[in-house]
Design a protein around this ligand. Structure first.
Ligand code: SF4
Length: 387
């Protein structure tokens, strides 16, 4: 599996909870897009020779701010320098306020075959509190128009645990999406990330902190409702009907290599992690087709080589969040001491009913999913644990 991610670092307005890299000024859009095309050229040999892209994901930021013409130019460059599987999953993240009929008509001229819609809630109160650019009526209209335009390979994002989201509203959010028959759903618990407007509001008392009990109640409802409706809970934040797993994200969770292009994008070779610095003006100025990628190291991008312990910790952290869990044979292949450490640490959670063991596989139970981060942290291998 090989995947390509393009980071489009522009948004119409800043959602209060968001810590992704984006700018609300579109002044540099053209220059950044030109640089993204240059980076695609400079990094055309990132994958092993003969690799075929199984997925392309345009995320951000807000990729639906790009015109049909701008998208076509990006895809032209991608197809020029990379081999793309005929059935590749090609996803575009989109916000409801961008998706009107003329835009969808343009989009159909591009290779995009899957849309990821940032719905977040069907309550105006929630959406205002989040500072989203759309309202509840637009969220509904968008899903209906997208489906009418023939995009049935859809995923929608929802956020639970917000102070304005009552349990009744949350249940309504989930029910509405199920009624639309959306085949894939990503649901995230509101988290207060540092340096966001929300962090400032919480610190100054303008917003209450996240109510953990409410978040747990809403997550439990979500799991129950989705299971009843026949969706598979295949990653802690993701639910899919049969045949609708997100190929791009699943490959990432299973440790496949991916190339990330654009300011702030990350790449992974299996052992080396690289990241582009989140700075639009510098990226636009320095990334040009005649500047060797290596010469931009430290200016535009950086990298680290993962230690065996890093690889083990990443595997545990991402693996445990999926339905496939962690495989002891795979951990043994990383080193017997990792396997010994994992086996010793995980036993408590097996006894407590938080982790289910089946042969060599260890996966979180429903109760375990409520404590996923804590359990992963306890299984991590650190220098101290290794002594
Ligand atoms: S639209 Fe998405 S990327 Fe942009 S600020 Fe909102 S959450 Fe962040």
């Amino acid at each position: 599996m090989a995947g390509l991610y393009l980071h489009i670092p522009f948004c119409r307005q800043a959602c209060h909870y968001c810590n992704f890299h984006f700018s609300t000024s579109l002044k540099l859009k053209e220059e950044v897009l030109r640089a993204i095309r240059a980076e695609l050229y400079l990094r055309r040999d990132f994958f092993e020779k003969g690799a075929i892209l199984q997925s392309i994901y345009l995320g951000g930021g807000t990729p639906s701010l790009l015109t049909g013409y701008e998208l076509e130019a990006l895809f032209e460059t991608i197809y020029q320098y990379f081999r793309v599987a005929p059935d590749a999953e090609i996803t575009l993240e989109a916000n409801p306020d961008d998706l009107d009929e003329p835009y969808l008509t343009q989009l159909r001229q591009t290779p995009v075959n899957r849309l990821s819609l940032g719905i977040q809630s069907f309550s105006d109160e929630d959406l205002r509190w989040m500072n989203r650019a759309h309202d509840a009526a637009e969220a509904r209209r968008c899903i209906e128009q997208v489906q009418a335009a023939g995009y049935h390979n859809l995923t929608c994002d929802l956020i639970y645990g917000a102070p304005t989201t009552s349990d009744a509203q949350w249940e309504a959010n989930v029910r509405i999406l199920l009624e639309y028959g959306v085949p894939h759903l990503s649901c995230y618990c509101l988290t207060v990330e540092p340096k966001t407007a929300l962090a400032h509001f919480v610190k100054t008392g303008q917003s209450p902190p996240v109510d953990d009990d409410k978040a747990v109640r809403q997550f439990l409802h979500l799991m129950e409702a989705m299971e009843t409706a026949g969706y598979e809970h295949y990653e802690i934040s993701n639910f899919a009907l049969s045949g609708h797993y997100a190929k791009h994200n699943t490959a990432y969770w299973l440790g496949a290599p991916y190339l990330g292009v654009g300011p702030g994008a990350h790449s992974f070779t299996g052992q080396i992690r690289q990241w582009n610095l989140p700075n639009n003006p510098r990226y636009a100025k320095l990334v040009q087709a005649n500047a060797p990628w290596q010469s931009l190291k430290g200016l535009v991008w950086e990298e680290e080589t993962l230690t065996p312990a890093d690889c083990y910790n990443e595997y545990v952290m991402t693996g445990l969040r999926t339905k496939w869990g962690c495989n002891l044979l795979q951990i043994s292949a990383m080193g017997d001491f990792f396997a010994a450490h994992f086996t010793k640490q995980v036993e408590t959670f097996v006894v407590q009913g938080l982790v289910r063991r089946q042969d060599y596989h260890y996966a979180l139970t429903r109760e375990g999913k409520l404590l996923a981060d804590f359990i992963s942290a306890e299984l991590f291998y650190t220098a101290v644990a290794g002594n």
